[in-house]
Write a protein that binds this ligand. Structure first.
Ligand code: HEC
Length: 125
């Protein structure tokens, strides 16, 4: 039992130590920053569009981004993300151009979408 308690304490201590001094992390003072498209999706999108990007119908209808031919039109996805649409809030003030490009590129190459052309910050107005 004592061993277990020590082990747990070590785990907890490891979990609260930030990876690097200037990096946000659990127990740090800065909010976590989404760096990759997958991070952006997990932090900003999956609450509505679901982890599998298949959307959901409940209190509102959240469309699937999986197997969605509209993901083939980069400008459309960027526009919806920046300006919002009906039940979707605008993310222009929350996501940088890099983050917006990263999440669009991520969606275009995951969840059954296959649009490998790169998306960069230069594509984001
Ligand atoms: C609060 C819930 C919510 C969040 C968070 C959210 N969305 Fe949406 N999203 C919606 C809803 C609702 C729609 C459908 C809008 C409509 O009625 O056309 C939508 C539509 C979209 C569409 C258009 C789909 C289509 O087929 O026309 C894209 C692309 C999209 N969202 C991407 C994202 C991305 C990327 C994020 C994260 C940065 C995100 N959404 C976050 C609710 C959300």
């Amino acid at each position: 039992m004592k061993k277990l308690a020590v082990g747990l304490a070590t785990l907890v201590a490891m979990a609260v130590v930030p990876a690097a001094a200037d990096e946000p992390g659990p127990g740090g003072t800065k909010p976590p920053v989404a760096r990759t498209g997958a991070d952006v999706y997990r932090m900003y999108c999956q609450a509505c569009h679901m982890a599998d990007a298949k959307g959901a119908v409940g209190a509102a209808a959240f469309p699937a981004l999986a197997d969605n031919p509209r993901m083939g039109t980069t400008a459309y996805a960027i526009y919806v993300i920046q300006e919002g649409k009906a039940g979707m809030p605008p993310f222009k003030a929350m996501l940088s151009r890099e983050q917006t490009a990263a999440v669009v590129a991520y969606l275009r190459t995951h969840f059954g979408n296959s649009y490998p052309e790169p998306v960069t910050a230069a594509d984001v107005p």
